[in-house]
Design a protein around this ligand. Structure first.
Ligand SMILES: Cc1ncc(COP(=O)(O)O)c(C=O)c1O
Length: 391
């Protein structure tokens, strides 16, 4: 089955819900048993795919979502959690304990860096940040107690594309587990498990939900890791996704393929256009042939999503504000993956620690939504005109 068909059909069985096309929201905490024997039996079944024993452990709706996510990820099982960050933290905590060492890319999603420094470190887990472009050189950073190699591709904001197969091969050679934040690509453009990664993390808040109206995260894996991840996320940390969010995730994913295809195409057109602008120093987007990560991206990914960054030539803050503030179709906000376009300033030099990333001018991250490209380009053109007008 092709991925777009899987997205439409996985986890969905209208006959189970009086013929309704969508899996209805399922609100439950207490699940009552018909008799004592059934109650006792349910205790031992709680990791089974269709076991409904208590709301936090899963409902028919969260199981439908997890079944669908596992199907598009090429995984055996998935765990749904309350946000993308909950997925990142639960995945990491499932694979490490006190005394362990983890490797994280220097361009990792910033809250994961903060989690490593502010949460893992006090619990005795040491983190080393690595150059995302280190490739097989990662071996030199691996210690006898390294238990986890964490990946993100492309990395947040600066969009460097790591050589995933090279990194995973070095981890595998030493029996080190791997987890990858695959939010940018979604399983439609890259399936981490197909490339030997142990845990595939998706901030489903972004493209899976697709409408900027729900927080949701997923972790996909082979059967052997399921019980561990589910125990850490759901039993120990008490993390589960809300019923409304599960409903919105399931509904959103049905259209993810068409959204992502259009957003990737539009983003490429807008990124190309930025490359022609005199105000722009560099566009950071692996789909562009000039991008240093292009060859690796082309080898490993099936396409590009709608998120890229732009490094501008030096300009004062007021000029940047004139450009950004007047944009009609670009909301100023964090996150991405919704149907609407966004813009966000960032300063990599503020948080990177092992690789120097300098730019003389300001940086903006753009997310391209489902608006018509001509309208977006006109909007950006007007922004540059305003920037110049007051100069
Ligand atoms: C790459 C990446 N991973 C994880 C997250 C966290 O997702 P959430 O906001 O759903 O917690 C984000 C959010 O921006 C992200 O960009």
């Amino acid at each position: 089955m092709k991925p777009s068909t899987t997205l439409v059909s996985a986890g969905r069985n209208p006959r189970r819900h009086a013929g309704a096309v969508n899996v209805p929201a399922f609100r439950a905490s207490t699940i009552t048993a018909p008799d004592l024997a059934a109650w006792e039996a349910s205790r031992t079944r709680r990791f089974e795919k269709d076991a409904v024993v208590y709301g936090r452990f899963g409902t028919p709706a969260s199981q439908a979502l997890e079944e669908a996510v596992a199907a598009i990820e090429g995984a055996d099982r998935a765990v749904s959690v309350s946000s993308g960050m909950a997925a990142c933290a639960s995945a990491i905590l499932s694979l490490v304990k006190a005394g362990d060492h983890v490797l994280l890319p220097d361009n990792v999603y910033q809250p994961v860096r903060a989690f490593a420094n502010g949460f893992l470190a006090p619990f005795g887990v040491e983190a080393t940040f690595y150059d995302p472009l280190v490739g097989a050189g990662i071996a030199a950073l691996m210690k006898p107690n390294t238990r986890l190699l964490y990946l993100e591709a492309p990395g947040s904001q600066t969009m460097e594309m790591p050589d995933i197969p090279a990194l995973v091969a070095e981890a595998k050679a030493r029996a080190i587990r791997t987890a990858m934040d695959n939010t940018w690509g979604t399983p439609l453009l890259f399936r981490p498990l197909d490339h030997g990664v142990d845990l595939s993390i998706n901030a489903a808040t972004k493209y899976l939900v697709g409408h900027s109206d729900a927080m949701l995260g997923t972790i996909a894996m082979r059967e052997e890791l399921f019980e561990r991840v589910k125990t850490v996320a759901t039993a120990h940390l008490g993390i589960c996704a809300g019923s409304e969010e599960i409903y919105l995730g399931l509904r959103g994913m049905r259209t993810m393929a068409v959204r992502l295809e259009k957003q990737g195409k539009s983003a490429f057109a807008v990124a190309r256009w930025f490359q022609t602008r005199p105000e722009v120093e560099r566009v950071l987007y692996p789909a562009l042939p000039e991008d240093p990560g292009h060859a690796v991206w082309k080898r490993d990914f099936k396409g590009a999503s709608g998120l890229f960054s732009v490094v501008f030539k030096p300009m004062d803050k007021a000029a940047l504000a004139r450009f950004v503030d007047g944009l009609e179709h670009f909301g100023i906000g964090a996150s991405f993956g919704g149907y609407e376009s966004l813009v966000l300033p960032f300063e990599p030099s503020h948080y990177r620690t092992v690789t120097t990333w300098t730019s003389k001018g300001p940086c903006l991250r753009f997310h391209i939504g489902l608006e018509d490209v001509d309208d977006l380009l006109e909007d950006l053109e007007r922004g540059f005109a305003r920037m110049r007008a007051a100069a």
